[in-house]
Design a protein around this ligand. Structure first.
Ligand code: GLN
Length: 502
């Protein structure tokens, strides 16, 4: 099928190239790079909370746990927010190719810094990983889209589904390897191994670069010197204000992690609104592309709600796994953290099935539209929380206070089905809807939806305690299902905005 890639104009590799499961050979390069990058990310993330509680924070266990969970949420939000400037740097300054390379090197340095046993090194390491991920994550995804320039939508979707598998192969192996080494041998060894994973990603990326043709070589719309100066001024102004506010908070003795959680949640809402307005008014945006940006806003808002619910698996659902599930198998209790590999494992099995299903349906002209897939994703994520509500009620009524593992396994299965309808679809869709010169930034916005969802989680998860499991999960189930039905109803309008994008 690589013969369909022979358009010399966009520099994609020629027909003599070998294919990667019928996809452009460049996909293999991006696949391997992202697999190792995600290995390092999920590996580090898997031991982050445990390490914070065991070795960094002081005070009673409960306080350390609560603080570690807040830091975890805030850090997730920060990392995904960094995708916005990362996308801008690729679109306006460097091109995606260089942004991914620099990002990869910075991430590897970050993990190696975490491998140094010192509190200062720890925070520098986290900052490096956030900055590097912001550069790498949106732009590697945009490059996947670049491999399919001018090709049918279903093929691009299938490519993104394969790419999504790489993410999850890394995500599944990481807790097993990095988690084991970190918890059982030495935390810093765990971080170092994450760094080795990221180094492999960079090596693979450089070696496989020749298969990428011209994809991501040049910035979409290079910034003028004046625009560069303007951007620098803004960064210094806002960055300076943020640091000043933080310092004032600390000096006044009023500092509390809650302040950062609140600021991030507000930023998570304000930043996308400002960004959409700015992009919409940008004179470089052609009038025929404007409806596509409008359509993207709908997808964005839905994705925020999806990730807000989905990412509670790292916090509330893990605590539920820990305290309220019976994890005994043949007299042995398996670690609660094992649940972290369940979702990626399910994705690995389901992704190719979904990819094949979409292609098959597309051949018969029966593939659900993107709005329909998003609506389905919302119904499924709502359904998963409805199951959680029942699990919560069952735990409350059980004499031991615990339920079988099958509850959580079913929750994760339904969530993963939802993820398959939204996440690879959203990646692919973002590259399709984005005008070429904005692709990095639109990808950045796509990941900002995860950031906003995580930032809002800092607020919503607080309702769990007062409402109790059954009511809390049912409440979000209803919200998601209503959103899904609304999206389904609006589907036709959204499709009209999307124009010829499928
Ligand atoms: N699990 C996916 C990844 O790591 C999805 C992340 C997201 O967009 N929230 O890329």
């Amino acid at each position: 099928m690589a013969s369909s890639l022979t358009t010399a104009s966009n520099g994609t590799p020629g027909s003599e190239e070998k294919t990667f499961f019928g996809h452009p050979r460049g996909l293999a390069t991006l696949f391997m790079t992202e697999m190792w990058e995600r290995f390092s990310w999920y590996g580090m993330r898997g031991i982050l909370v445990l390490y914070l509680v065991a070795a960094v924070l002081d005070g009673p266990l409960e306080d350390r746990e609560a603080l570690a969970a807040s830091i975890y949420g805030v850090y997730n939000a920060v990392v995904y927010m960094a995708a916005m400037p990362g996308g801008w740097i690729a679109d306006r300054l460097w091109g995606a190719r260089k942004a991914v390379l620099v990002g990869g090197i910075v991430i590897a340095l970050g993990h190696y810094t975490l491998a140094v046993p010192s509190d200062t090194a720890f925070f520098i390491g986290l900052a490096l990983i956030a900055a590097g991920t912001g550069l790498l994550k949106p732009n590697i995804s945009a490059m996947v889209g670049g491999l399919y320039e001018g090709q049918p939508g279903a093929r691009r979707d299938a490519g993104f589904t394969l790419f999504y598998m790489s993410i999850n192969i890394g995500g599944m192996l990481a807790p097993l390897v990095v988690g084991y080494l970190g918890e059982n041998v030495n935390w810093h060894l765990g971080f170092a191994v994450a760094g080795i994973g990221m180094t492999l990603a960079v090596v693979q990326y450089v070696l496989g670069g020749r298969h990428l043709g011209d994809v991501g070589k040049a910035p979409g719309t290079p910034a003028t010197p004046e625009e560069k100066r303007g951007a620098l001024r803004k960064v210094l102004l806002w960055g300076g204000l943020a640091v000043a506010a933080l310092l004032a908070d600390i000096v006044l003795g009023t500092y509390d992690i809650e302040h950062i959680v609140n600021v991030l949640a507000i930023l998570g809402i304000v930043v996308p609104i400002v960004y959409f307005i700015t992009m919409y008014r940008n004179p470089a945006l052609k009038s025929e592309d404007k409806p596509k940006i409008k359509a993207f806003m709908w997808f964005f808002a839905t994705a925020v709600l999806f990730w807000m619910i989905y990412d509670q698996s790292g916090s509330l659902l893990t605590l539920f796994a820990d305290n309220k599930t019976d994890r005994m198998i043949f007299g042995w209790e398996f670690p609660a953290s094992w649940y972290q590999s369940v979702n990626p494992a399910m994705v690995i099995v389901l992704a190719p099935l979904f990819a094949a299903l979409w292609v098959k349906l597309a051949k018969r002209n029966r593939e659900p539209s993107a709005p329909m897939k998003f609506a389905l994703a919302m119904l499924l994520i709502g359904g998963s929380f409805a199951i959680m509500g029942l699990a919560g009620a069952a735990a409350a009524n059980s004499s031991t206070g615990k339920v079988t593992v099958f509850w959580l396994l079913s929750v994760y299965l339904v969530q993963t089905l939802g993820e398959m309808c939204l996440s690879p679809v959203g990646l692919s869709l973002s590259t399709k809807l984005a005008p070429k010169q904005f692709v990095g930034q639109i990808m950045g916005l796509w990941f900002l939806a995860t950031a906003t969802g995580n930032a809002l989680n800092g607020w919503t998860t607080k309702l769990n305690e007062p409402l109790g499991d059954a009511l809390y999960y049912s409440l979000w189930a209803v919200v998601a299902i209503v959103a899904g039905l609304a999206f389904m109803t609006a589907g036709k309008k959204i499709r009209a905005l999307m124009g010829d994008t499928r």
